[in-house]
Design a protein around this ligand. Structure first.
Ligand code: PEP
Length: 247
């Protein structure tokens, strides 16, 4: 498994230039605290500015258009994101699957565009509460991943998977340590089958869903948890850095 935990802030649709001071504070702390790999995904409008400010932290996007540059009013391609300074893109987030009815085919096309543009990918998966209550969480998550894992061995080195139970996102609820551990182990087995153990070992599996400074240490110490994808608590440098330090 990759050594350093990967702590990624997903700013979602938050942030004007005033947020650059938070990015600077995160970057300064990340320069001192090298035990974790730290990154943020601001909205498109701030990618270039955060990239210019950041010496240590990685900068990424929260989505990209599934195809080449061209006549697609309002869309942003993976090439543009990379040109702005992004090194990765979050794809398949449950908010995009729900709000934009993103299908596996669309997510796959986005993954291909991102790989072609030289970006790393954070591929999100996660079940809803009714699915978990029916006892079908693991099957659902593995099916979601089977439908979208890029089927080339060398994609593994640019891939991160984020397990984010939908019912835990932004709700203050987190999955139990036992459930997180079981799901991460199941995802690891699927990665081993898909890429072989050597390549699979390069893929970190992040947990996301109401991670905050108070619960980060317990979650991040679980086997196969290679870091965290953090929404709400990444919007202030203080709380985000509380998670980074807990890692
Ligand atoms: C997310 O949306 O990726 C997320 C994990 O959000 P939160 O931390 O706010 O639950």
């Amino acid at each position: 498994m990759a050594e350093r935990p990967y702590i990624v802030g997903n700013w979602k649709m938050n942030g004007t230039r005033a947020m650059l001071s938070e990015a600077r504070a995160i970057d300064r702390a990340a320069q001192r605290y090298m035990k974790a790999e730290v990154a943020v995904a601001p909205p498109y409008t701030l990618i270039h500015a955060v990239h210019r400010e950041a010496e240590q932290i990685g900068v990424g996007a929260q989505d990209c258009f599934p195809g080449d540059d061209g006549a697609h009013t309002g869309d942003i391609s993976a090439t543009m994101i990379a040109d702005a300074g992004a090194k990765f893109v979050i794809l398949g987030h449950s908010e995009r699957r729900a709000d934009h009815r993103e299908t596996a085919d669309q997510i796959n096309a986005k993954i291909q565009s991102a790989l072609d543009a030289g970006l790393r990918i954070i591929l999100c998966c996660g079940e809803t509460l009714p699915t978990r209550e029916k006892g079908e969480a693991e099957k659902f998550v593995l099916d979601q991943l089977r439908a979208s894992l890029p089927q080339i061995e060398d994609a593994a080195e640019r891939l991160t998977v984020a397990y984010e139970p939908v019912w835990a996102i932004g709700t203050g609820k987190t999955a139990t340590p036992a459930d997180i551990e079981a799901m991460h182990r199941a995802i690891r087995r699927l990665l081993d089958e898909t890429y072989g153990e050597e390549h699979s070992a390069q893929v970190r599996i992040l947990y996301g869903g109401s991670v905050k400074p108070e619960n980060a240490r317990e979650i991040l110490s679980l086997p196969e948890v290679g870091g965290a994808l953090v929404g709400g608590a990444s919007l202030s440098a203080e709380s985000f850095l509380g998670i980074v330090v807990a890692a």
